[in-house]
Design a protein around this ligand. Structure first.
Ligand SMILES: CC(=O)SCCNC(=O)CCNC(=O)[C@H](O)C(C)(C)COP(=O)(O)OP(=O)(O)OC[C@H]1O[C@@H](n2cnc3c(N)ncnc32)[C@H](O)[C@@H]1OP(=O)(O)O
Length: 426
């Protein structure tokens, strides 16, 4: 095999003018078992990559025998830069990684490792404090120093005649049904405000409003005409949240709603949107895969048993690239200090760090002082936003206490400034 890795940027949204990016996109869709891409899908994908400033990484096998096409990459990878809300409205810059595929004929020969190592080294050199990704399989990325940092609950709520809230929306605002184009128009701005105020949120790519509205479904690469949408409009006339969903129903049976996206800006918008979903006729259950892990809805229901958690998934995995930059970027609420020893098999952030916290800020410096606890880069990625407690990772064997019971004081030190919740998938 004559394998060669390259990086490049898409040049045009016209598939005819960018065969290199087209071959790359075809390889990605093959890797994720998606349908072959039409010209329209290629054009939209290229436009999305251009709009969001993506860099594409590819591995080509120049020795691949005919009739295989040597211009089609055998491995793909892409990245761009975005932000993660790190509390109190502070934004943590992040290298966002996606589109990772390796052709079945070339798997388990180290191509992912080669691409990931190069990407992380380049992101660190470019000054990014962290890298982030969402996973297809949880077993892949810890070895590269990624730890799960934010979580989302898969829930199912029975919406039969028992559905009622303790405090039904009081008339201060209204949920209105909207057409897909109207939902698309508002979804980007509503999410932008959600991102600015929600700890753990990751910036979304520009194609998402079109995707959530169903006007162009990013998975099926065609319009999804089943999607419906509603916006909660406050008394002031300001949109304060939206929900997009798909309903499915067999004749003579009650149907089910699957929420595609639900973005509330206020607690009252959240409850009003749920009150709406809970009272859709001919529907007896609503499923959603991105509920907050501490969900107010469970407590708002007069019959809490209507609320069932079907699963708890990691949303975003974080990889430290610059520990002082990452930890000083987040908001803190306690006072104190600790020394952490960080081990890193990729040699990007290994070492000992003193973390001093006061008045909502951290001062983080390298030190030779004795450490209070030791962990790998992935464990630090998990606890860095406050979405995972250090004592839980200590109990899991992923943080070693070097002073008795230090994990409990690390819990206090690293405590988040609010609920940690992410609803971005990439
Ligand atoms: C951020 C995202 O894009 S998530 C999407 C990930 N992509 C997919 O799921 C698409 C389908 N899968 C694939 O294309 C490939 O199997 C990949 C990309 C997951 C792996 O690519 P490969 O080139 O085979 O991985 P590579 O040979 O570099 O393996 C690196 C290490 O990861 C391990 N690994 C690779 N895939 C997996 C897996 N699915 N589960 C657990 N471990 C894995 C390897 O054993 C190896 O471990 P080691 O170096 O510690 O011994």
């Amino acid at each position: 095999m004559d394998l060669q890795m390259s990086t490049f940027r898409p040049r045009s949204a016209d598939p005819a003018e960018d065969p290199e990016a087209v071959a790359w996109l075809r390889a990605v869709s093959q890797g994720f078992h998606q349908d072959r891409l039409t010209d329209e899908a290629l054009g939209r994908s290229l436009q999305g990559l251009l709009d969001d400033g993506f860099t594409l990484r590819a591995v080509h096998d120049h020795d691949i025998p005919a009739p295989a096409d040597p211009r089609r990459p055998v491995a793909t990878f892409s990245s761009t830069d975005g932000t993660i809300n790190a509390g109190a409205g502070r934004m943590l810059p992040a290298r966002l990684i996606t589109d990772v595929t390796v052709r079945p004929s070339h798997r388990r020969r180290g191509l992912l490792r080669t691409m990931m190592s190069a990407e992380l080294a380049e992101a660190k050199a470019a000054g990014l404090p962290v890298a982030a990704l969402t996973v297809t399989e949880g077993g892949i990325y810890r070895r590269f120093g990624f730890g799960p940092a934010t979580f989302e609950a898969k829930i199912e709520v029975a919406t039969d005649s028992r559905f009622a809230l303790h405090t039904p929306p009081d008339g201060g605002g209204q949920v209105v049904l909207v057409d897909a184009a109207v939902l698309e128009e508002h979804a980007g701005e509503i999410f932008r405000r959600y991102h600015a105020q929600t700890l753990g949120s990751v910036q979304r790519f520009s194609v998402i409003p079109t995707h959530v509205s169903g006007l162009w479904d990013w998975s099926s690469r065609e319009e999804n005409r089943r999607v419906r949408g509603a916006i909660f409009v406050a008394e002031s006339g300001e949109p304060e949240g939206y929900v997009a969903w798909e309903a499915r129903r067999d004749p003579d049976e009650f149907g089910k709603i699957t929420v595609r996206d639900l973005v509330p800006l206020t607690p009252r918008a959240y409850l009003a949107l749920w009150d709406f979903l809970g009272h859709v006729d001919l529907i007896d259950s609503v499923r959603w895969g991105s509920a907050p892990t501490e969900d107010p809805l469970r407590f708002a229901l007069t019959e809490p048993d209507l609320y069932r958690v079907r699963g708890l998934d990691a949303n975003v995995w974080l990889r430290m690239l610059d520990v002082p930059a990452a930890l000083t970027a987040r908001a803190w609420q306690s006072t104190g200090s600790c020394v952490l020893a960080v081990e890193d098999s990729l040699d990007l952030v290994g070492g000992r760090y003193r973390i001093k916290i006061a008045d909502g800020d951290a001062e983080v410096t390298r030190t030779d002082d004795e450490a209070d606890a030791a962990m790998d880069a992935a464990a630090l990625g998990s606890i860095c936003l406050g979405g995972v407690r250090p004592s839980v990772l200590a109990a899991a064997g992923l943080i070693r206490e070097l002073r008795p019971s230090v994990a409990a004081s690390l819990d206090q030190l690293f405590a988040a400034t609010g609920p940690v919740w992410g609803i971005t998938h990439f």
